[in-house]
Every structure is written in structure tokens, then in C-alpha cells.
Design a protein around this ligand. Structure first.
Ligand SMILES: *Cc1c(COP(=O)(O)O)cnc(C)c1O
Length: 397
């Protein structure tokens, strides 16, 4: 590894026309954690410390009750992360063989499949919503396939009805990686109640924030019970483990933070939607930019505000746009590139030459712009002005 690649992005030196300069400091970050006000948590932290019950106790139970009520599901099982929740739910479901997943997702979707002893089978996304395509699932599924695990990408609800139809037709279980989607709705129904189970993330940049944590939601009593036991090593209390579980428990402190976060959730989602609409309106006339589609009537959390950059019509590609924005102190990400099937870790796990044209096209074009709940309109305007300026510069040159 070279010393340049070891240094952090903030102290990296850029050589421009032979003159060494440091990049502009980040003045617009890509996201900020929605941490609750300290005052909302202090009393609970004190109570937890005095009680001596530090993990998987009354605060966790109360969080499970409140979130199950909010989502309208029978069971909510709090766990240590979305990744451990996904591992647990796949293991607890007694799956075998292959699980069809999108390659256009965060790596943890596939990691959970592999850690559960299963094989990921990558399928393509719908080019409009960037969520798993039901037709692509049908094409990808084989005789070894036992389940589908779809992601509500960026908070956009999946085509849950058609995915359920394919699952029913092929005799597969259906699960959702709902890491981005706490508060998303498919029509009037909250994400959380679809398929056999869904799993949310409570890590800092997600919607419901615990610091670290996850929630498994399901209406299946037996699956819920196996997940509850499974997060505690598989031990129901008599030390005769019923399944090969893990320590996937949530601590009381994390549950207290998440409870405080739940109180402010609705206004934060409303604000993110407002900011997303502002981006959409102000960028609508810029040539070569497109937005993933949220089905009319559905609600996205806009966990991320990702745009698609057509390099020909826009004048430069998404990677160059990201670099030019960074020069102006505006931080972005490229969710999701590389797609999972192209990651080094998956070369041996998924050696087949995959044909995922929509995934490849999206991965080449995506750019995630700054968005956080307490962002000002002026921050959006600044990002938009920079994008417009870069675009007109590329047309002129
Ligand atoms: C963040 C994320 C995860 C992992 O969540 P953790 O709580 O950090 O384990 C899984 N899937 C997606 C799509 C994510 O964005």
C-alpha cells in the first residue's frame, strides 16, 4: 500500500498544474447522523446503569413494543445490527442452497447470506426504481433456490406484490433488507409487514438511530420465536441450544437512544421528502440527470438522495462530477458502485459471468448527493448551483 492511499481524504495532497494544493475542506457533508438530543436520553442512561440490567431488558422490550405498533406488525425483535438480524432470520428460517438478491445493494445484504451458509444468486434491478426486478428473480432462480432477499433501496419500497407473486409461484420464502426504510410506505402499508420478515438498521445514518442496532419484523410466530432465541446464542434459557445462534442482542443503551429517535421520526421523514422534492424541482431541467422512481402513492424515507448521470447528455460522468463537487467542498458517495458481484470478496463466491445490464448501467451512473434531516434549503441550493455550474462548464469546454 502506498503512503498516499493510507492518508485520509482530508489530508490528501492534490497536484494541479505542478502546484501542490490540499482539497477544499468539506463544507457540505453527504449525510449527518440524526442523533437525538442528549436530554432525551440522559435519564434513561442513568436508570439503566443503576438497574444493572445493561442488555436485552426493559428498554429493549419497550422499543420492540413501540416499533411493532408503529409498523403494524405482530413481532419486532431488536438485534445488534441489521447485518446480524439478516444472518439470524435466514438461519432461523432453515433455508438451504441459494438466495436471490440484488447486486445493486449494500454489501451487507450479500454478506448476511454467505454468513448464514447460503449462496447469493445475483439478479438485476428495475432500471426505474433500482429495486430488485421480479422478472429478473424469476430468470435467476434455480432448483437450489430457497429464498429471495430484496432491498428497499434508498428507502424506495420494492415492488412487494410482484415479488410475493414470484415467491408464491416458485415456492420461495421472501425477505427484505429494510435497512433504509423505517418509515417507508407501500401505499398505506408500512414497510416492515411484507414477505416472511423484514430487517431494519438502526446505525447512525439510517432513519431510526440507536447508534448500532437492527430490528427484525415478522407476523410469523414461530420465526419470531426462533429469532428471539437465536439472538441469544440459540439458548432459550436452559442452555440446551435449539439452533446455532449468535450474540445478536441489543443493549439497553441503544434501545434508549432508539426510543428517543422514534419520537422525532415523522417530522424528519417529512423534511427529507421536502428536501428531495426541492432537489427534484431544481435539477429537473439539467440535461442528463435522472432520479430513481418512487411509485406514486408510496412514501420513501429518502435515506439517500441518489441521482443518475448520463455522461453524454450531462457532459461528464458521475465520477468526474463527484470529483468536481469535492473540489468545491461538497461531499458525495456513489451508492452503489461497485455493485456487489464486482467486489473482490465476491469473485470466488460468485464466479459465474453475471449478466446484469441494468445493475451495471446504474452503477456507472449513480451519484448520492448530500441529504440529512436538518439540512437547510440553502444547502440544497448550493449543491444544485454547483451541479448546474459544472454541467454548463462541460458544455462550453
Ligand atoms: C446499512 C445497511 C446494512 C447494514 O446495517 P448494519 O446495521 O450496519 O448492520 C444492510 N443493508 C443495507 C442496504 C444498508 O444500507
Amino acid at each position: 500500500m502506498t503512503s498516499a492511499s493510507q492518508s485520509s481524504s482530508t489530508d490528501r495532497v492534490i497536484v494541479l498544474d505542478g502546484v501542490a494544493t490540499t482539497p477544499a475542506p468539506v463544507s457540505v457533508p453527504v449525510a449527518r447522523a440524526d442523533a437525538p438530543e442528549p436530554a432525551a436520553v440522559v435519564a434513561a442512561v442513568e436508570e439503566i446503569l443503576r438497574s444493572g440490567q445493561l442488555t436485552n431488558g426493559t428498554h429493549v422490550r419497550e422499543l420492540e413494543r413501540l416499533t411493532a405498533e408503529y409498523l403494524g406488525v405482530r413481532h419486532c425483535i431488536a438485534v445488534s445490527s441489521c447485518t446480524s438480524g439478516l444472518m439470524l432470520v435466514l438461519r432461523a428460517s432453515r433455508l438451504t442452497g441459494d438466495v436471490v438478491i440484488p447486486s445493486f445493494s449494500f454489501a451487507a445484504t450479500a454478506h448476511a447470506v454467505v454468513w448464514a451458509g447460503l449462496r447469493p444468486l445475483f439478479a438485476d434491478v428495475d432500471p426505474h426504481t433500482l429495486t430488485l426486478s421480479p422478472d429478473a428473480v424469476r430468470r435467476a432462480a434455480g432448483v437450489q433456490t430457497s429464498a429471495i432477499l430484496a432491498t428497499h433501496t434508498f428507502g424506495t419500497p420494492c415492488d412487494v406484490e410482484h415479488l410475493q407473486g414470484v415467491a408464491d409461484q416458485l415456492g420461495l420464502r421472501l425477505f427484505f433488507d429494510a435497512a433504509h426504510a423505517f418509515g417507508s410506505r407501500r401505499g398505506t402499508r408500512a414497510v416492515g409487514g411484507f414477505g416472511d420478515a423484514e430487517v431494519f438498521s438502526l446505525s447512525p445514518t439510517k432513519l431510526l438511530v440507536a447508534g448500532e442496532g437492527g430490528l427484525i419484523t415478522t407476523d410469523d410466530d414461530e420465526l419470531a420465536e426462533r429469532c428471539r432465541i437465536g439472538r441469544d446464542y440459540g439458548n432459550p434459557g436452559d442452555y440446551d441450544c435449539r439452533l446455532v445462534g449468535i450474540n445478536g442482542r441489543m443493549s439497553e443503551f441503544h434501545a434508549a437512544v432508539a426510543q428517543a429517535s422514534l419520537v422525532t421520526l415523522e417530522p424528519r421523514i417529512a423534511r427529507r421528502n421536502q428536501l428531495a422534492r426541492r432537489y427534484h424541482r431544481l435539477l429537473a431541467g439539467v440535461p442528463g440527470l435522472a432520479f430513481p422512481v418512487v411509485h406514486p402513492g408510496d412514501r420513501s424515507t429518502f435515506k439517500d438522495l441518489t441521482i443518475l448521470v448520463d455522461p453524454v447528455a450531462f457532459g461528464t460522468d458521475a465520477a468526474t462530477l463527484a470529483a468536481r463537487l469535492r473540489d468545491r467542498g461538497i461531499d458525495t458517495r456513489r451508492y452503489y458502485t461497485p455493485p456487489i458481484h464486482r467486489m473482490a470478496a465476491y469473485r470466488d463466491v460468485a464466479p459465474q459471468p453475471y449478466h446484469l445490464p441494468e445493475t451495471e448501467a446504474a452503477a456507472g451512473r449513480v451519484l448520492t448527493l448530500p441529504l440529512w434531516s436538518s439540512m437547510d434549503d440553502q444547502d440544497v441550493d448550493r449543491v444544485v448551483a454547483a451541479v448546474v455550474d459544472i454541467q454548463s462548464g462541460t458544455v462550453l469546454s
